[in-house]
Design a protein around this ligand. Structure first.
Ligand code: AMP
Length: 575
């Protein structure tokens, strides 16, 4: 669980707080709450923590708070076991330091041109992140000088030991100034790592995020190993086949709650975000809507879901891994309530497998691996739902009038009832295919220009091209999910605004909105009319397109039942 502390209470430098807020971190993770204060004070530190606990920010934030930007010499050195980790840590530093003017960081690792590294080092950097071998190389050549070094971080020290770098690490430690601060992070503490700590660290503060054992008996636990499939695609496939009542999805950041919630909404789920930035009143309303079945899914951060107690939550999905086992137990405790059985699903990236094992150990229960539902599973489910719809209609509706029409048709055309029923079924389902193609491939095949799914809603879309000369790109608030086709838009714009259809340029459809290129110099009056014009029953609410993230679609009638199958994408490109 993240601690009840807020970042503001941690005395970090203001530009860093600003960056964290933009990234959407809501509260410090336990390792951050414990490590940031002593590191800010300059203490040495030994932290037993693995990937996924937020350890990178736990050292990056306090150390960055203390650097002198005017001094363009390496003040922080991070040693990491692999090139991937070095790059990842450097990226995290860049994110947190985005408001530190003139900040420079440099990852150095083998396999990269040493010339390039030399040039950058000469230009001056504040932070170096590197693998031990290459760092040693530069120290020997005196191309890297550590006389201004304030702090040294050993990240994943046990991995460095396992990979045979421990002597190099010691050598580097011996070539750093005496008063530098050292932070050592390691998932495990084998004796050689303890020895390094004893020899080189001075009165280190020791932090270990305790993993309490707890039982979670009412809940069946599964995990999905994140592989090539995008997490969002995996989630939507699971949602399609998993029988659920209500679902609580956990993500790490505030931004992720809104982004994911919008994406699920665009796919037809009755869904809402819950995060600490949302006012208490609105949060309570959201929870109430979940209770009253007005929505079925909540996407929340740990902080916002504290104390959330809704009996109908049948599933907890850990879309992002929790920070520690205690956090996991808290999260899945939101299901399996009031004597019901709960289901917990955890998405685990290969690097987070250690967290999976710690959770199993702490809960004393195995978490079984789940396979993603196949396309066939999804199709079967859709077919079954379709059949159920037929049954429900036969049971609940007065069909006499339609029976007469079908009989008439049969006689007029000498066609069997089966064929007529098939044609009707086709008409009903043509926008909602029962057979599932690989969605990504299908979209690409149909519209080679379509941006990737990840940017089709939620985040700012990449402009596929510029509008032609003389045209301006506008955004309108109707998209694929509302069943729109380019012809509907052309028709409405041409008729209502009096713009001849030959002057209407490209139209691109996205999930929740579309873009349209129209002639420059549109009169104010036309603009005003176009704001109000309705297509598929929705006001276009036209605005200049500036690639902003998709706005939250205005509330539409919610289905309280299960998701509708995906709407088949229609032709997108108007040429
Ligand atoms: P790490 O354990 O350093 O590899 O971090 C794992 C992930 O957690 C990274 O994607 C971070 O961006 C994210 N993260 C770290 N701290 C926080 C926080 N306080 N709130 C939300 N996400 C965080």
């Amino acid at each position: 669980m993240p601690s009840p502390l807020t970042f503001d209470q941690l005395a970090l430098a203001a530009p860093l707080l600003k960056a964290i807020n933009e990234v959407g971190y809501e509260a410090p993770s336990p390792i951050q709450a414990a490590a940031i204060p002593p590191l800010l004070k300059g203490h040495d530190l030994v932290g037993q923590a693995q990937t996924g606990t937020g350890k990178t920010a736990a050292f990056a934030l306090p150390l960055l708070s203390r650097i002198d930007l005017a001094l363009k010499r390496p003040q922080i050195l991070v040693l990491a076991p692999t090139r991937e980790l070095a790059i990842q840590v450097a990226e995290a530093f860049r994110t947190y330091a985005r408001h530190l003017k003139g900040f420079h960081i440099m990852p150095i690792y083998g396999g990269q041109s040493i010339e390039l590294q030399l040039q950058q080092l000469k230009r001056g950097v504040h932070v170096v992140v590197g693998t031990p071998g290459r760092v040693m190389d530069h120290l020997r050549r005196k191309t890297l000088r550590l006389d201004s070094l304030q702090a040294l971080v050993l990240d994943e020290a046990d991995e460095m030991l396992r990979m045979g770098f421990i002597d190099d690490v010691e050598w580097i430690l011996e070539h750093t100034p005496e008063n530098r601060q050292i932070a050592l992070f390691s998932a495990t503490m084998p004796p050689p790592i303890r020895k390094v700590a004893r020899r080189h660290l001075q009165n280190p503060v020791e932090i270990k995020i305790a993993s309490k054992t707890s039982t979670v008996e009412a809940t069946t636990q599964r995990y999905w190993q994140v592989t090539g499939t995008h997490k969002l695609d995996a989630l939507t496939r699971i949602l399609e086949v998993e029988p659920f009542d209500a679902i609580l999805i956990f993500v790490r950041t505030k931004n992720a709650t809104t982004e994911l919630s919008e994406k699920l909404e665009a796919r037809g789920y009755a869904c809402a975000p819950l995060n600490g930035d949302i006012q208490q009143k609105l949060r309570e309303r959201t929870i109430d809507r979940l209770k009253k079945k007005k929505i079925d899914i909540i996407v929340a951060t740990d902080v916002a879901a504290r104390g959330l107690d809704v009996d109908r939550i049948s599933h907890v999905i850990n879309y992002d891994v929790p920070y520690d086992t205690e956090g996991y137990v808290h999260r899945i405790g939101r299901t399996g309530r009031a004597g019901r059985k709960g289901e917990a699903i955890l998405f685990v990236a290969p690097r987070e497998r250690r967290m999976l094992r710690s959770i199993e150990r702490a809960t004393g229960q195995p978490i079984t691996e789940m396979q993603l539902p196949s396309r066939k599973d999804v199709a079967n489910r859709r077919v079954n739902q379709f059949k159920q719809q037929i049954t429900d209609t036969i049971e609940a509706q007065e069909l006499k009038f339609f029976e007469t029409i079908v009989e008439q048709y049969q006689q007029e055309h000498n066609i069997g009832a089966g064929e007529i029923a098939a044609a009707l079924a086709y008409m009903v389902q043509k926008e909602r295919p029962l057979l599932v193609e690989d969605e990504k491939k299908a979209v690409k095949k149909e519209y080679p220009d379509a941006p990737d799914r990840a940017v089709r809603s939620g985040r700012p879309h990449k402009k596929p091209s510029r509008p032609e000369i003389g045209l301006v790109r506008y955004r309108i608030e109707v998209g694929l999910d509302h069943g729109v086709q380019p012809k509907n838009i052309v028709g409405a714009v041409a008729n209502e605004a009096g713009i001849d259809s030959e002057f209407i340029g490209h139209i691109k459809l996205y999930d929740t909105y579309s873009t349209i290129d129209l002639p420059e110099g549109m009169p104010k009056e036309t603009f005003r009319i176009l704001k109000k014009v309705r297509v598929m029953g929705r006001p276009l609410n036209i605005s200049l397109d500036d690639g902003r993230p998709a706005r939250k679609p205005p509330a539409r009638p919610k289905r309280t039942g299960k998701p509708r199958p995906r709407i088949k994408k229609s032709k997108v490109q108007k040429s």
